[in-house]
Structure formats: C-alpha cells, structure tokens
Design a protein around this ligand. Structure first.
Ligand SMILES: *Cc1c(COP(=O)(O)O)cnc(C)c1O
Length: 388
C-alpha cells in the first residue's frame, strides 16, 4: 500500500475491484463471500440495484446544498425515521462518531436549557465502542484507543456492561445521560438483555437523566428489527445510527424525542455535509428496501439458520466453542487466536471481522439466502479443519 497513506490501519494485502450482492471480487477475479460488510455497513450487499439507481438519479440532479436551505430528501428521510422509531426529530451528520457526538452534545444542552448545566457527566459501559473523536474515545474508555491522546476528555463514568446496580450507583446529580450499545459490536457481540435495558430506562426516568443508545452498528435491520432495542421494548431519549444507513455512502444521524431535540436551536450545532441530497437520497433508498414487507422477517429467519448452522460447527471447540448474537449480528467465541481463524476463513473465500475478547464477527449482508449460509458454513468447516 502507498506509504503516502497514514499507517493507522493494519491492512491485509488484498484489494477489491468490484462487488455484487454478498460477493466481492479482487483484481484476479477471485470471489469472496463478504460476511464483514465493511464492518456492518453494506447491509444490502454491494451494488444493490435500487440503491445504485437512487444514487445515480440524485447525482444527475443535485449533489449538495448547504443546510441553510430546505433539503427535500433530507426532510423525507427524517420523517420516515421518525415514523418508524421512538423519535420526533433527526439531526444528520456523516459518521457514527459524529452521531454519538451529537447525542452527547444534545444531552449537555438539554440539561443546560433545563437549568441544570451541572449535569454533564455520562455513564458508559466497559468494552464499549462509540467512535474515534476525542469525546467518543473518552466515552468508550478503552486504553488502546486513549493511549497517546491525553488528556482524556472529562465527563465519563464507566461501569460493567449488564450491571444495573453499578449503573444506578454511578448516577449522581451531575449525571446527564446513560450511553449504551444495545448490542456491543467492537466489544465482541454482547447483547444487552431486555431486563438490563428496561432497568436503564426506569433508572433514567427516576434520576431525570437521558438514555442514549448507540445503534451505529446494531441498528438499521442488522438484528432483524429496524432497531435492536425494539427487541427489549425499552425506547431511548436519543439514539445514534450510521453504518448501514447509507449502505456505504457516508451518513450518520442522531434521533431524539421532541423534548430533547428542541434544545437545539438555529446555530447551536451543525454539519456542512450532514444530510446532503446525495446522502439522504441513498438513505431513503436503503429504507425502502429494509422497510419492505417481509424484509426484517427474512433477516430473523436467515439469522436463526446461520446461528444454528454455525453452532453445529463449534464441534470439539478447538477453534471456536460458541456463537452468540442477534439476527445477522453474530459473534464466535474463539479458542484459537481470532486472527488465525479470520485468516483461514479468508483463504477459504469468506471475509469476517475480529472483535474484542478473542471473538470473530459475522456481519453478513441482510440479503443473504440459504445458499450463502451453506457456502459460509463450508468455508468455516474447512477453515476449522485447517487450524484445528
Ligand atoms: C463504528 C461505530 C462507531 C463509529 O462510527 P464511525 O463512522 O467510524 O465514526 C460508533 N459506535 C459504534 C457502536 C460503532 O460500531
């Protein structure tokens, strides 16, 4: 790779020329089944015809205008996200980190406007990942992301994931919000159970703090519901989404209830590119597909099948010994080094992503069918045999 690109990624010496549905093709025409999806981004697979058509149609008309003007596809995408969620209003940005940042700023200004500027602290959870901005690495609290970037931004209190009592004990009269991923992604695919999210909801209500979900990875149909927290039936006050919202076109969004959203007034926050015509035209095309009749049912069914088939391969547990997750967001608990399994799978033509705690993520496109499950499981079986 060019040394003119900064070396902040550990890259694999492989590059792709094109993609089609769940497959990627390298320059030699070798085909890979993409169960990583650019880390949960290309949820509809590559070159989805409806999304390509929407992008091309918008590209021929208008790419960008400032948010000082009305933007029709942005307004439409916001209305549709509102119609299908807990939220009353949406702020658009360009990435997950920015969406989290918007939620954090919203929590501060909400309390500031309520006469409680002293409420600025946010409770977050061990093993969390919220992005790479200065605020979001502080929120994530992971040593490996913070190292070298001192001083750590103040205002985050970390407690164990799933520990309701610890969260309750951490709330003070300075707490503004609780921020949690309903399913931890980078942390190794750990789903919060329904009781935990419901408990956080009740705690937030009692303490007068906001509950914020980071659904950047687990949202947009990945778990078989449009948003992962729907499984628990515990709605947040604000939520960050991004990754799959644009199927690869950069877009993020912060969704919020009216009482919270209205804390933002003209000039209080902004983004040059956020919600521009091109990005939001693509977002609308993605929503068309995800909200179509039967689509999320399909994700649930194919997710259950994949999980069952993968679990059956845990076998003697030499390579991986269990599988967890929701819908098409699955984590294999590796026994062998996760990097070794990821490499062996790549050699078998299956692309996956590692995660914390020696786990391996399967984040296939939501459009896969049984043939792709067969193909992935054959690759997994062969990879395990080659290691095991
Ligand atoms: C990827 C991710 C982010 C950061 O998104 P970027 O687009 O890389 O800024 C934040 N939160 C979660 C849960 C993520 O998976």
């Amino acid at each position: 790779m060019s040394s003119a690109v900064m070396s902040n990624y550990a890259r694999v010496a492989l590059s792709f020329e094109r993609g089609e549905g769940p497959y990627l093709f390298d320059a030699d025409g070798r085909r890979y089944l993409d169960f990583g999806c650019g880390i949960g981004v290309t949820g509809l697979g590559h070159a989805h015809p409806d999304v390509v058509a929407a992008l091309n149609a918008q590209a021929a008309k208008l790419w960008h205008v400032s948010n000082i003007y009305e933007i029709e596809p942005q307004a439409r995408l916001a209305e549709r996200l509102v119609a299908h969620s807990f939220a009353d209003a949406v702020f658009f940005c360009n990435s997950g980190g920015e969406a989290v940042e918007a939620c954090l700023k919203l929590a501060r200004i909400y309390h500031d406007k309520s006469g409680h500027a002293e409420r600025y602290r946010v409770i977050t959870f061990d093993n969390a990942f919220h992005g790479r901005t200065l605020a979001s690495i502080a929120a994530g609290g992971q040593e490996k992301h913070l190292k070298g970037f001192a001083p750590v931004m103040d205002g985050f209190d970390h407690v164990p994931f799933g520990d309701l009592a610890a969260a309750e004990a951490a709330v003070t009269d300075r707490t503004a919000a609780i921020l949690v991923e309903p399913v931890q992604g980078e942390g190794g695919i750990h789903a919060a159970d329904a009781a935990f999210l419901k408990g956080l909801r009740a705690l937030a209500d009692r303490a007068g703090v906001l509950l914020i979900y980071d659904e950047v990875q687990c949202g947009m149909g990945r778990t078989g519901k449009l948003f992962a927290h729907e499984w628990a039936g515990a709605a947040p006050d604000a939520m960050a989404i991004a990754k799959a919202l644009g199927n690869g076109f950069p877009i993020g969004a912060c969704l919020a209830r009216q009482a919270v959203a209205e804390a933002l007034t003209p000039g209080s926050h902004g983004s040059t590119f956020g919600g521009n015509p091109l990005a939001t035209a693509v977002g609308n095309a993605v929503l068309d597909v995800v909200l179509a009749d039967g689509f999320l049912d399909h994700v649930q069914q194919i997710g259950a099948l994949l999980r069952e088939r993968v679990a059956a391969l845990a076998g003697n547990g030499n390579v991986f010994d269990s599988v967890r997750g929701v819908g098409l967001m699955l984590g294999l608990q590796c026994v062998a080094p996760n990097l070794e399994l990821m490499t062996a799978l790549r050699n078998q033509g299956l692309l996956t992503v590692v995660a914390e705690g020696n786990s391996l993520r399967l984040l296939p496109p939501l459009i896969i069918d049984e043939r792709h499950v067969d193909e992935a499981c054959a690759a997994l079986e062969a990879a395990c045999a080659s290691i095991g």
